[in-house]
Design a protein around this ligand. Sequence first.
Ligand SMILES: CCCCCCC/C=C/C(=O)SCCNC(=O)CCNC(=O)[C@H](O)C(C)(C)COP(=O)(O)OP(=O)(O)OC[C@H]1O[C@@H](n2cnc3c(N)ncnc32)[C@H](O)[C@@H]1OP(=O)(O)O
Length: 264
Amino acid sequence: MASKIFVRPISIAFNAFRNYSSSSKLVDVSINDKTGIATVTMQRPPVNSLNYELLIELNGAFQDLGSKKIKGAILTSSLKTIFSAGLDILEMYKPKPERANAFWTSLQDTWITIFNTPYPTVAAINGHSPAGGCLLSLACEYRVMVNNYTIGLNETKLGIVAPFWFVASMKNTISNRESELALTSGRLYKTDEAFKVGLVDETAENKEDALAKAEKFFSRFDAVNPIARFLTKQELRGKIVKVGRKTFIYKIFRKFQICMMTRI
Ligand SMILES: CCCCCCC/C=C/C(=O)SCCNC(=O)CCNC(=O)[C@H](O)C(C)(C)COP(=O)(O)OP(=O)(O)OC[C@H]1O[C@@H](n2cnc3c(N)ncnc32)[C@H](O)[C@@H]1OP(=O)(O)O
């Protein structure tokens, strides 16, 4: 069984750039052939908690989109009130070493893939988005969030230290000062509060509104050379990824385990 988790569970092979639609168990990917916009939908009830399998599918979906001529990709959720509840707590409780290793690698790989996509990305945050859920949205270039939900990196409230790339993603989006205040207190922002500090770029009435606003974001790049755009994105984000790759995740994970165990 142990080797099973190292095998990518989905294989999406498509010839055409457009008219693409794929629904694996945990992630649905569709490309609108008129707009060229891809929508990647997490669908792991009850709360889209990020386990190994969901992360692998997400990573695969965003990687595969890199080989298609898309205008941009939207990350959203099929659930009514949750974008993602963050990391699946069950992955962190008394894990088998191989599973823990695969899980943390898949988390970091997924973050790097989404953070680094050659195409523009928007998170249409249609529900609560704590911790790892917030991280996913921070990896995107733009965030539109439906009103009356919460978002933030609340790790310290859980007795966890947010890893480097969580912190770096926050600092890449809001000010150093606001990041410090938010992370040290484990603050979860309401949608309107998140908008005020720039953690989200736009607010929305509902999911449809969020998706419409996300789509509009991509038109900013209509007159921009995509290669110049991507190289500029790499210039801005590359250093963070480089340092992130060096993070000693296993050492951090042990710390986390100890921390969790002491709370039980
Ligand atoms: C130093 C070490 C380095 C480690 C770094 C780690 C960085 C950590 C990142 C993380 O992401 S840790 C996870 C943090 N997540 C949270 O704090 C969210 C916790 N959940 C909630 O606040 C709420 O569940 C919600 C998302 C707001 C949804 O609330 P709602 O009232 O709609 O549903 P619930 O009844 O609370 O939950 C339904 C169901 O889902 C289970 N669940 C919730 N969150 C998780 C999760 N993160 N992982 C696994 N399962 C989760 C919850 O237990 C319920 O299950 P049942 O009771 O129905 O079986």
